[in-house]
Ligand binder design. Sequence first.
Ligand code: G3I
Length: 324
Amino acid sequence: VDESVTLQNAMPFKFGAAVNNSLLRQTAAYRNVVIKEFNSLTSENAMKFAQLHPSENTYTWTEADYLVDFAQQNGKRVHGHTLIWHKNPPAWVTNFQGDAAAWDNLMKTHIQTVVARYKGKIASWDVVNEAIAENGTLRTESIWYQKLGPSFIEKAFIYAHEADPDALLFYNDYGHEYGPTKRTAIINLVNDLKSRGIPIHGIGMQFHTRYTQSNTNLAAAINTAAATGLKVHIAELDIAMNPDGIQDLTYSSGLAEQQKAKYEFIVRTYNAIPKNQQFGITTWNVGDKDSWIRGEYNRPDWPLPFDDNYNRKAAYQGIIDGVK
Ligand code: G3I
C-alpha cells in the first residue's frame, strides 16, 4: 500500500464521501480515513428535513453543525443534502393543514432557514431529490407535488437561490444509468428549468449502481448529463456486488476485480467531461459495513472502495487507475 497516494491527492476533481456522524464521533479508523482520503463531505442523513426541522417551530442544528465544523477544521468542502425530498418528511409536515399558500410558505421557510444558516459554509445543495419516478413522470406520492403541484421544483430552486445567491444548486436523482426513460425525463426537467431561467447549476447523479450495469449505460448517463452544460456530480456512488441477494455469497477476488474495473470505467468516463463541469465524485459512505445497502436489502454486499476495516480494496485502485 502506497500511503503517499490518497484519493484527494490523486484525483483532478473533488473526491468525497457521504459521512455518518456517529461513526465520525466514535470510530477513530473511520474519522482518520475520512480526513486522509476525501476532500468533499456530504452528510448521509443529518441535513434531511426531519433531522433539521422535527417540529414546525424547532430546528435541531447540532449534528449538521458538527459536520460543518469538522469539515472546516479539516479543510473539506461540504455539499448539502437535501432540502426537499418525498421520503421521510417529519410527521408535522405530513399532518400539516393549510391551503397552497400555507404549504408554499412552509417549504420556503424550511429552505431559506437552512440555506441561510450555512451561507458561506455550505456552497452547494441538493435542492430537490428524486422528484421523478421510474416511468419518467413526476412522483405523485411526494407530499410537495400533492400540495404544490409540479411547480414545487422550480419554487424550491428560487427560494434556495434567494437565501444564498452564491450557492450552486443541484437537482439530484438516481437511475440515469438504467436506460433512456428515466434519464430523458431528468434531462428534460433540468433543461426546462435552465431554459426558463430558474437558478439551477448542476445535476447530481446518484449512481447507486451494480457491477453488472453495462458500460454503455454508465457512459450514456455521464455524457448526457454533461451535454446539458451544467455541473455534474456523481453524488452517491456505490457498486453493489450482490444485487440478487444471495445470502451465502462470498466476495471473491474475481468479484473484487470486476468491481475494480467498473469503478475505473466510471472515473475514466467522468474525467473526460469538460473540467469546468466536474463538481466531483462522492461515494455513499466509506467502508462496506457502513453502506445503507446491507441494512436496506438485508443481504451481504461490498459496494465501496474500503472494506469493513477501512482497508483499501481493489476498487480503490480502480479509482486511482481511472485518472491515469
Ligand atoms: O437512527 C435510527 C435508529 O435510532 C432506529 O433504531 C432505526 C430503526 O429504523 O432507524 C435509524 O434511522 C435510520 C437512519 O437511516 C439512520 O441509520 C432510518 O430508519 C433509515 O430510514 C435511514 O436511512 C437512510 C435513508 O437515506 C433514508 O433517509 C440511509 O441511512 C441513507 O443512506 C439513505 O440515503 C439515501 C439518500 O439520502 C438519497 N439517495 C438514496 C440514498 C440511499 O437510500
